[in-house]
Write a new protein. Structure first.
Length: 75
């Protein structure tokens, strides 16, 4: 399953808002430095979909606020 996210680093709280199907705004407290925000985004998405963080991969947008994620939701 593929998910599009728009990341808002350095937010006051961690939250996820669904914009449309499989597209989310993700707010994380971490800065967009040294992969901190990317790691936090992976964790937030994993928690939302109740899957391990290892099943969430960033496909594109490593250095951009707009990212494409791949979720391995198969058990």
């Amino acid at each position: 399953m593929y998910v599009k996210v728009i990341v808002f680093p350095e937010s006051k709280k961690v939250s996820i808002e669904e914009i449309k199907e499989n597209t989310f705004k993700v707010f994380v407290k971490e800065k967009a430095k040294q992969n901190l925000a990317n790691t936090a985004v992976r964790g937030a998405i994993a928690k939302k979909f109740s899957i391990p963080v290892s099943k969430v991969k960033i496909i594109s947008g490593h250095h951009s606020p707009r990212k494409m994620l791949s979720l391995d939701t198969d058990n």
